[in-house]
Design a protein around this ligand. Structure first.
Ligand code: ACO
Length: 323
């Protein structure tokens, strides 16, 4: 069986905040010029009061199902990648399953920070290949605005809120005719947990519950580990860099994105970039970018798409899919 990406969808909260607006709103000692030069970020969306990861994920999921011409009765599994669930339980996936009105199958969350979508895609692909599910919603949804230290200008300017989703349809190899997820490559190294982490959480006895990051360290790991994951994905499929039609990277920083595009020898117009308008939406960033590029016609049926991400854990990985 092959897991074919039958539809994509995205959702962004209504409120979009520029760097200057953010600085004024939160009283930050920063400038638009500093943020743009170091990160490429110009604005980000911020969830409304009371708007949750399940609200946004549901909207993205509905859009993905509609794009696939599917509905809740086609869904066997809902997998949500998030670091900002509505609550410890029920899982955000189960909340979304319930609100979709899907009553068969199963649902669960995946925790791999910014690599969450690639992890969730890997799990979904495995479920489809082994026949445990046929229709799978894979959703990344995040409200990082609720886990940021708004007095720490080194982190709070980097993130935004939003959700993205894909609907995977299992098809026999012959019917898929080369389309579908070709492979996923997942990695983690818990020794580096401290350089990017949330300080405290539901089961913790202390901490502040906000993101802490050693930016330079993360940057150093990002370029080397993403390059290795991308090489691994291409080698596993006996593909060359020149076969890649679209790079859809995790959207953390334009300098990391540019470094990966350069490594692959891809011109800028073959790299899907949203970080300027969305900032880093963690697990939502890749499916949001996929949805945008599918909707505006850039990514077309048959195109080879390479995805890669790195995040807290450290976790990192890559995925290759033919649309
Ligand atoms: N505005 C103005 N000045 C700032 C800001 C800001 N928003 N943030 C930090 N500074 C200052 C610092 O205080 C420091 O000042 P000092 O020299 O007086 O001490 C100076 O700028 C340099 O700070 P650095 O942290 O060393 O800046 P750097 O050049 O490393 O850039 C950045 C910071 C943009 C975070 C960079 O390290 C980076 O992009 N790292 C990768 C982070 C990343 O991509 N994380 C996400 C990936 S994983 C995931 O998605 C969860």
């Amino acid at each position: 069986m092959r897991a074919v990406i039958a539809g994509t969808g995205g959702y962004l909260p209504a409120r979009s905040v520029t760097n200057d607006e953010l600085a004024a709103w939160k009283g930050l000692d920063t400038t638009d010029a500093w943020i743009v030069e170091r990160t490429g970020i110009r604005r980000r969306h911020i969830a409304a009061e009371g708007e949750t990861a399940s609200d946004m994920g549901l909207a993205a999921a509905r859009a993905a199902l509609a794009a696939a011409g599917a509905d809740a009765s086609d869904v066997d599994a809902v997998i949500v990648a998030t670091a900002t669930p509505d609550s410890a339980f029920p899982s955000t996936a189960t909340l979304i399953q319930g609100r979709l009105g899907s009553t068969r199958g199963f649902s669960f969350d995946v925790a791999a920070a910014c690599t969450g979508f690639v992890y969730a895609l890997g799990v979904a692909d495995a479920l489809v290949r082994c026949g445990q599910a046929r229709g799978v919603l894979v959703i990344g949804t995040e409200v990082y605005s609720r886990i940021l230290d708004w007095t720490d200008r080194g982190t709070c300017v980097l993130f935004g809120d939003g959700a993205g989703a894909v609907f995977l349809r299992g098809m026999p190899e012959a019917e898929a005719a080369g389309r579908g997820i070709l492979s996923t490559h997942l990695h983690s190294d818990g020794r580096h947990g401290e350089i990017l982490h949330v300080d405290g959480g539901a089961g913790s006895t202390g901490g502040t519950g906000v993101v802490r990051m050693a930016g330079k360290e993360v940057f150093r790991h990002a370029v080397a580990k993403l390059a290795a994951a991308v090489d691994e994905a291409l080698a596993a499929n006996r593909l060359a860099q020149s076969d890649v039609q679209w790079l859809v990277p995790h959207q953390a920083n334009i300098r990391i994105i540019d470094a990966m595009g350069k490594k692959l020898g891809l011109p800028r117009e073959r790299v899907v970039v949203t970080v300027d308008r969305h900032a880093n939406t963690s697990a939502a960033s890749i499916p949001l970018a996929l949805a945008e590029a599918a909707r505006d016609g850039r990514i077309a049926r048959g195109d080879l798409v390479l995805m890669e991400a790195i995040g807290g854990g450290l976790t990192w990985g890559a995925a290759l899919a033919r649309f």
